[in-house]
Structure formats: structure tokens, C-alpha cells
Write a protein that binds this ligand. Structure first.
Ligand code: SAM
Length: 275
């Protein structure tokens, strides 16, 4: 892709700006520009889109998103050391890259969208990835401000996101994602593709919002899934005792002897709506 955007190889950028990876910031950089393009392409056509990126680092994924035609990228990066490298990308694509130095967990992405449709694409820092996803799944308004989320996670987290009933990885995250989105794992990325390599395989997950998820109060849904999966090996009549146990399950028409991981999303919603 050096030929595509004419910018220097990422290895040179990292060396020139002294961007030694910091573990505390979850820094595992993707330097293969074919791979960063593959991640960006998973978000679908980017022509004319506004893209929010979290953690651009030295900018490999940012470059792919811009090269694929995004009209504007707004990137939130916590590490100030990365800003000069990102400024070079901004100079190459005038007016199309805005970098905000800050903590994505404290960023109000919904306000930042300001009514325009956005796609979110990120190679997320592992320590904050799941929390960011939960934040994006629970915005103030639904349908949400984002058209799609294309996110890289540790594979095990990706499996939890896309899991459905009767899957070992199914839990609170799978219910939340299944309630509000359709999600699939697009492809895996091996540790050696990163610098430095993480201990585990990564995976790219693509999520699109359900325009009208089943009507349900999210706090109630979380109370049910928290109780049910908190004791996932137990029968629901036991794990849901604090919420009404057998009586609640009977009202919902659910066999009290079943276990949490056998319940479809609609059944969790039915329970939540009876609380
Ligand atoms: N996007 C780059 C890539 O694909 O090579 C870097 C990805 S690296 C896994 C994660 C990036 O997120 C790092 O640049 C790190 O500094 C940044 N980061 C870590 N915690 C953050 C936070 N709370 N808010 C914003 N950025 C954060």
C-alpha cells in the first residue's frame, strides 16, 4: 500500500518517532498494510463516510481507511507520542483526518457524531475493548449513531460477541450483542502479524444494528443475564431465585430446570419484561 498512499513504511514511522510499544496501552501495532486494508474493507464501502477510529497508534489502519475513500476520519488516541506520526498522515490527506488526544472511554462518541451517520473501525486496545463495545451498544438513542462497528478483539472475546444459545461462549455479552445487533466474525489475524506479537490470536468482528430490537429495558435485561450467567451451571430456578425464581420462569413459560446458556435472546427479553 506504500504505492497507494505514497507514505513511508510503518516500520520507518515507528522508528523515526520512537514509538516503542507500551503494554499498559495495549499497543500491538499492525504494520502489514494489506492486512489493515482487509480490516477496513470489512466495514463495506467507505466512500463519503465519516469513520471514528479508536487508538490509531502509528496510523496503519487510519491510512487504509483514508486510502479506501473515507471522507473524514476522527481518531481518538490516548498516547501523545503518536500525534506527530498521525499529523504526517493528516498532511497527506488535507482536511480528512482529525485526531483527538484523549481516552476513548471518556469520549462521547454519540455527541461527536452530531447526527451524521458514522462507521466505527478500530484495532482496539485489549484492556478497554469490551467496555467500549458495551458503550456503543447502549447509546442514548436507538437506532444508534453508528451504521456499523468493525472491531478487532482477542479471538475469545470475538467468540463471546457472536455466540448464540447452546454455545459455550454464550453469556451476557452474546445476549446484549444478539439483542441489539447482527454480528459475525470476519477473519482471524495471527499473533505474528503484530508488533510486538500478542499472546493470542485476534479476530475482526463486524456488527450492524438491528433497526428495532425487541422492546426491553436494558437495566432489567442486564439484571437477568447477570443473575443467570453468574451461576451458569445451575438451573435457572436456582440462579434466578433473587428475581423471582420458579414463579418468574413459569410466568415467562420457561422450564425452570433449564440453564442460562440454553435460553434464546427473546427468552431473556421475556424474563426482563416481567421484572
Ligand atoms: N490502530 C493501530 C494499529 O492497528 O496498529 C494501533 C492499535 S493498538 C492495539 C491500540 C491503540 O489504542 C494504541 O495506539 C494505544 O495507544 C491506544 N489506546 C489505548 N488505550 C486507549 C484509550 N483508552 N483511548 C484511546 N486510545 C487508546
Amino acid at each position: 500500500m506504500a504505492a497507494l498512499d505514497g507514505l513511508p513504511p510503518l516500520r520507518d514511522v515507528i522508528a523515526r518517532h520512537g514509538l516503542d510499544a507500551k503494554k499498559s496501552l495495549g499497543q500491538n501495532f499492525l504494520l502489514d498494510l494489506n492486512l489493515t486494508q482487509k480490516v477496513a474493507r470489512t466495514a463495506g464501502p467507505l466512500d463519503g463516510c465519516t469513520v471514528f477510529e479508536v487508538g490509531p497508534g502509528p496510523g496503519g489502519l487510519t491510512r487504509a481507511i483514508l486510502a479506501l475513500g473515507a471522507e473524514k476520519v476522527i481518531a481518538v488516541e490516548r498516547d501523545p507520542r503518536c500525534l506527530p506520526a498521525l499529523a504526517e498522515i493528516g498532511a497527506h490527506y488535507p482536511g480528512r483526518l482529525e485526531v483527538i488526544e484523549g481516552d476513548a472511554l471518556k469520549t462521547d462518541f454519540e455527541a461527536m457524531a452530531n447526527g451524521r451517520p458514522v462507521k466505527i473501525i478500530a484495532n482496539l486496545p485489549y484492556n478497554v475493548g469490551t467496555q467500549l463495545l458495551v458503550n456503543w451498544l447502549t447509546p442514548r438513542q436507538w437506532p444508534p449513531f453508528w451504521q456499523s462497528l468493525t472491531l478487532m478483539f482477542q479471538k475469545e472475546v470475538g467468540q463471546r460477541i457472536v455466540a448464540e444459545a447452546d454455545d459455550n461462549h454464550y453469556g451476557r455479552l452474546g445476549v446484549l450483542c444478539g439483542w441489539r445487533t447482527t454480528a459475525h466474525m470476519a477473519f482471524d489475524i495471527p499473533p505474528q502479524a503484530f508488533t510486538p506479537p500478542p499472546k493470542v490470536t485476534s479476530t475482526v468482528v463486524h456488527l450492524e444494528p438491528r433497526p428495532a430490537p425487541l422492546d426491553c429495558d436494558i437495566q432489567k435485561l442486564e439484571r437477568v443475564t447477570h443473575a443467570a450467567f453468574g451461576q451458569r451451571r445451575k438451573m435457572l430456578r436456582q440462579s434466578l431465585k433473587p428475581l423471582g425464581g420458579e414463579a418468574l420462569l413459569e410466568r415467562a413459560g420457561i422450564d425452570p430446570q433449564r440453564r442460562a446458556e440454553t435460553l434464546e435472546v427473546e427468552e431473556f427479553v421475556r424474563l426482563a419484561n416481567l421484572l
